[in-house]
Design a protein around this ligand. Structure first.
Ligand SMILES: Nc1ncnc2c1ncn2[C@@H]1O[C@H](COP(=O)(O)OP(=O)(O)OP(=O)(O)O)[C@@H](O)[C@H]1O
Ligand SMILES: [Mg+2]
Length: 227
């Protein structure tokens, strides 16, 4: 079995004509929990967008969950995203429907048809994040931390090989951040690979793990002491 889940070779990332990051060489192996840090504007979100096909890979080469980013076609992007679980800072839940219906929406959009199987899957993922009893609620009836748990549950619906989380605790208070982080850590312990962009140094200190840093248009691995 291939233990490398993400590999980039000599990648440069642009926003329009502006170079954001260059000379990126890295590997993420199955089961790792990797932080991506760096100050605002250093390129964390651009890096993530390249990985989920929102920014095309124009320079260098890369593989992620067995997709070749360089040759990725527009019509393959939904299939790539099914193998990724993507979590954002602002949750991105659909406000006009309940949590259960948010989940059903994704399952139907990704080809699920059997009601019973869908209901079982929804219960399973909500249970993983401690939200099993809240499926009937609307997003606005939940706290920020609860909404983020639901967003993580949603990211798990298609059993992703890799979870990409861009500042998942960015809108949460410190205590709620730790709770959401614990959910992500449990998911990682259960075997899923996680790449998480964050500016939250308190979390890094509390839960040390492999750390990549974007700085001066480069991405490099840092030892915890020097972050
Ligand atoms: N859609 C866009 N169009 C043009 N330039 C962009 C776009 N998005 C980001 N940029 C630029 O790319 C650079 C990297 O931004 P990016 O959003 O990747 O940084 P970040 O590390 O995620 O920052 P933050 O910590 O604030 O989220 C910045 O100079 C930014 O202005
Ligand atoms: Mg960002």
């Amino acid at each position: 079995m291939n233990t490398t889940i993400l590999e980039l070779r000599d990648v440069a990332i642009y926003q329009k004509e502006n170079l954001v990051l260059s000379g990126i060489n890295l590997k993420v192996r199955r089961g790792e929990f990797v932080y991506l840090i760096g100050k605002t504007g250093s390129g964390k979100s651009s890096f993530m967008k390249t990985l989920y096909g929102d920014l095309p890979l124009t320079q260098g080469s890369g593989n992620i969950v067995d997709f070749d980013l360089k040759t990725l076609k527009e019509k393959e992007i939904p299939f790539l995203r099914r193998k990724l679980g993507i979590v954002f800072q602002d949750f991105k839940l659909l406000p006009d429907r309940t949590i259960n219906d948010n989940m059903l929406f994704i399952l139907k959009a990704t080809g699920w048809t059997e009601t019973e199987k869908m209901n079982m899957k929804i219960e399973e993922v909500l249970d993983k994040v401690g939200m099993k009893t809240k499926g009937f609620k609307f997003p606005h009836q939940l706290s920020g931390g609860e909404q983020q748990r639901v967003a993580i549950a949603r990211a798990l619906l298609n059993d992703p090989e890799l979870i990409l989380a861009d500042e998942p605790t960015g809108n949460l208070d410190p205590q709620t951040s730790v709770e959401v982080m614990n959910v992500l850590r449990e998911i990682n312990k259960a075997g899923r690979t996680i790449l998480m962009a964050t500016h939250d140094y308190a979390l890094l200190l509390k839960f040390p793990s492999k750390t990549l840093k974007c700085d001066g248009s480069k991405v490099f691995e840092v030892v915890q002491k020097s972050v």
